[in-house]
Design a protein around this ligand. Structure first.
Ligand code: OGA
Ligand code: NI
Length: 376
């Protein structure tokens, strides 16, 4: 290619990047997210959300899908040792094979789950002028509303808006939470904290560790609670609800409504995670893969958009304490020594979690996970 021709092509690419950036800013400046577009009755999915020909593999139609995965019962504290052993075995199998499972009998009343979904819906359906006040890309300082964490980094934007806040060690003060969701957010977060201790105990046992090990490591000490809103999409075949990604957390505890759309990647096929009334989805994240030295895997997942909606989900990410003031020294995590042996040497170096999270949030969700940076 002649030099001048190449320059022209680069010039065209730059122009199109620039015009995309302007469109992204315009969308972001509305502070009303995808819900705002749907309220304005857009008949076509705007350009910034369209998956381009180069990234066609991200479209929902690319692979077959079936549905499966395990539904496991959380043992009551009174459960006989044999029952508990069996459940722990089931969790181990799911974590090695799938990187996710669903739980029932988890002790959170169904009324609270339903009300949490409703609380997220009420917030996203608030009067736009009220809702706008919460719109920010600062996810640390208080309650927030945002559309697409990675808006300026991803190749195509996702058809989803998100509200949320840090939930552990502490929620923001109650007066900073919107009326539409305050009471249920406080209650749900309390319940999830209790459940997360139990799940981390079961996961410790599934790894062959002392039951308290993952809790002592602080795997649930920091929590981020998100309430996603996936509006009905006029052209679901050209965009995505959320791009294929793995979570940076140790684990994520997810509540989804009955609409469906969540899929996990299993042996190179997308598998639907069937909504199951009263159940919670637990998916493993990159940090658990790191401390388990690849014994457990973080699962790739995505959400496909639908003509019907909204779909609502609530994700609680269990993470270490990472924010300034939470700890004096930066938290460092590596493979747990008890899991290592001559046959099982460490496959990761120790990772400064703040660096890990920085890498996680400075890339598009669709780019490789931070785990790659810490491989031996
Ligand atoms: C997430 C996520 C899935 C869902 O928040 O990381 O993958 O069903 N959510 O909303
Ligand atoms: Ni996720």
């Amino acid at each position: 290619m002649a030099f001048s021709e190449k320059r022209e092509n680069n010039g065209a690419a730059e122009d199109s990047n620039h015009s995309r950036l302007i469109k992204l800013r315009e969308f972001d400046d509305t502070k009303l997210g995808v819900k705002g577009l749907v309220d304005a009755a857009v008949a076509k999915v705007p350009e910034i959300f369209r998956i381009s020909n180069n990234n066609k593999h991200q479209l929902p139609s690319d692979l077959d899908h079936s549905s499966s995965g395990s539904v496991l019962t959380i043992p009551t504290t009174a459960a006989a040792a044999a029952v508990r052993r069996e459940i722990v075995g089931g969790i181990r199998g799911s974590c090695e094979e799938w990187g996710f499972f669903q739980v029932v009998n988890h002790g959170i009343p169904e009324g609270i789950l339903d009300e949490m979904i409703q609380g997220v819906r009420r917030f996203h359906e608030l009067d736009p002028e009220i809702k706008k006040r919460y719109y920010t890309r600062d996810l640390i300082s208080g309650f927030f509303l945002v559309s697409n964490f990675d808006l300026y980094r991803s190749a195509a934007a996702s058809w989803r808006d998100t509200m949320g806040c840090v939930a552990a060690p502490d929620l923001p003060p109650p007066e900073q939470l919107p009326d539409a969701t305050r009471d249920i957010l406080i209650e749900y977060s309390k319940q999830v904290k209790r459940l997360s201790k139990t799940i981390l105990e079961l996961l410790s046992e599934a790894l062959g560790l002392e039951p308290n090990r993952l809790n002592q490591l602080g795997c649930g000490a920091g929590q981020l609670l998100l309430g996603h809103y996936y509006p009905a999409c006029p052209e679901p075949e050209v965009t995505i609800g959320v791009t294929d990604h793995t979570d940076a957390s140790f684990i994520t505890i997810l509540l989804q409504d009955q609409i469906g759309g969540l899929q996990v990647l299993h042996r190179n096929k997308w598998v639907d995670v069937q909504p199951r009334k009263g159940a919670l989805v637990v998916n493993l994240g990159d940090l658990l893969q790191l401390v388990s030295n690849d014994k457990f895997i973080s699962v790739s997942h995505r959400v496909v958009p639908k003509r019907i909606g909204p779909r609502i989900s609530v994700a609680c990410f269990l993470r270490p304490l990472i924010h300034k003031g939470d700890t004096d020294s930066p938290p460092v995590y590596g493979p747990i020594p008890e899991l290592l042996s001559e046959e099982n040497p460490p496959v990761y170096v120790e990772a400064d979690v703040r660096e890990f999270m920085r890498i996680h949030s400075s890339r598009g969700l669709d780019e490789p996970s931070p785990l790659q940076h810490f491989r031996v």
